[in-house]
Write a new protein. Structure first.
Length: 117
């Protein structure tokens, strides 16, 4: 709604990648006419510097920070994948531990599956 103010801690919270961040910014500022204040980056406060130069600087900073956010997420994914490979090589098992149900439960399941119950 025009006149509303949207506070966000960091620009990378708007989306998971460059395109999502850019798209959400456009929706908020252009389509919904909402002012956005990024707490970590005062240059991206749309309440200030509404002249042409201020808009240009905000757009440049937005594009740069969006790129950095996407690049960091890709680095995190790569490091995570490398860690998983290393852990599997060490024999670490992932997921939920296998639960033993005992012989009684297995017999009941087998009877149920063979339709004897």
């Amino acid at each position: 709604m025009p006149g509303d103010l949207f506070y966000i801690k960091s620009i990378d919270r708007l989306g998971r990648n460059y395109d999502e961040i850019q798209n959400q910014w456009r929706i908020l500022t252009k389509e919904r006419c909402v002012d956005v204040a990024v707490i970590d980056m005062p240059l991206l406060d749309t309440r200030r510097h509404k002249d042409l130069l201020g808009t240009l600087i905000a757009d440049i900073v937005l594009h740069l920070l969006s790129f950095v956010a996407q690049n960091e997420r890709e680095n995190i994914r790569q490091r995570q994948a490398e860690g998983i490979v290393a852990a599997k090589a060490r024999g670490v098992s992932f997921g939920r531990p296998i639960k033993s149900y005992g012989n009684v439960a297995i017999c009941r399941c087998q009877r149920c599956l063979s339709r004897q119950v």
